[in-house]
Ligand binder design. Sequence first.
Ligand SMILES: Cc1ncc(COP(=O)(O)O)c(C=O)c1O
Length: 400
Amino acid sequence: MEKFSERVNRMSFSQTFVMSNKVREMKAAGIDVISLTLGEPDFDVPDNIKEAAFAAINNNFSHYSPVPGFLDLRQAVCEKLKRDNGIDYVPAQICVSNGAKQSIMNVLASIINDGDEVILPAPYWVSYDEMVKMMGGKSVFIETTIENDFKMTAEQLENAITPKTKALLYSSPCNPSGSFYTYSELEKMANVIAKYPQITIISDEIYEKINYEGKHVSIAEFPQVCEQTAVINGMSKAFAMTGWRIGYSACPDWLAKAVEKIQGQVTSGANTMAQKASIAALKADPATYQYMIDEFRKRRDLVYDLLQKVPHFKVNDPKAAFYFFPDISYYCGKTLNDTFIRDADDFAMFLLQNANVGTVGGTSFGNPHCIRFSYAASEQELLTAMKRIKECLDNVHIAS
Ligand SMILES: Cc1ncc(COP(=O)(O)O)c(C=O)c1O
């Protein structure tokens, strides 16, 4: 009898972790590798947040919390959603989880039956397709290109809808492309989805705060779809709290209860100290954290200029998050030195082995022509990494 479930056999390991493990192996072997594979801020947790965590420990917040989180945290989330997004929620609609990742799983587990379709505009965050598969659903991909900033149109969205479509899942700002949808683009998407009440929008806004261009817009702001939308957000990226594992969903009433039911049987409430610290994170003036965004913007500009000089890279201009997603299709189907490059995954491996820079191929993000790298690294590391990539590709022997 097959030992493993069909569920686990359907799934793959994340390419991001495959590449970061490879980087770790090379480093352990004494090779000087710069890793731009992982997506997390390289800042320390701000002091006001740490102090709230110490206070929570000293005040003995050491017991189980309510499944959807402490009431004062859920109230702070509602205040944040009103302050930053202009949306009215009550605490009963908020479920605090072990990271935004769990919040997305909770929503998918609440709505997806075997064979249901979930629309994923590509490129998408690696875990989305795997989560859909885990739930027995089927991802339906919408292709985009670098020329349109990796964004789908409302027409493409409508064409992808079938009677089996149960959800639309996307991140704005987007990991991996760094693009975000504007007010008018979201309004057009909302007008499409409003015609199909069976569809739930899962709007992953975890990169909301890392936006260099303007005001973040949530699709839940549009009244025609607010009863169909689950907003996903959390502490990881905005407050450099990736390891503290706090995320949340804000759902319409009908969905909030189901989300709580799932979480209650899987993990219970999230870590209590981290929940208390998250209240301090959310309640502080957003200007407290502006220094991280300013720094990311400086690095984005630096890397953008350096990338223009790398041969045959088509470079996107990311306006949010902390990733570049250049199109490297020129190199696909060619032999570089002695290595045949089939797709962006092969190219990322080639860069790792020949330039000692770790990036991630785009296949598992739904685009085999691009590579993703994070610029959440020090300026010195970024300068050296870009120099190594350029020198490697300036000197490579290319055969068709
Ligand atoms: C688009 C996107 N959503 C969600 C997450 C996960 O966030 P969390 O750390 O809160 O689980 C990530 C992390 O990389 C991400 O890139």
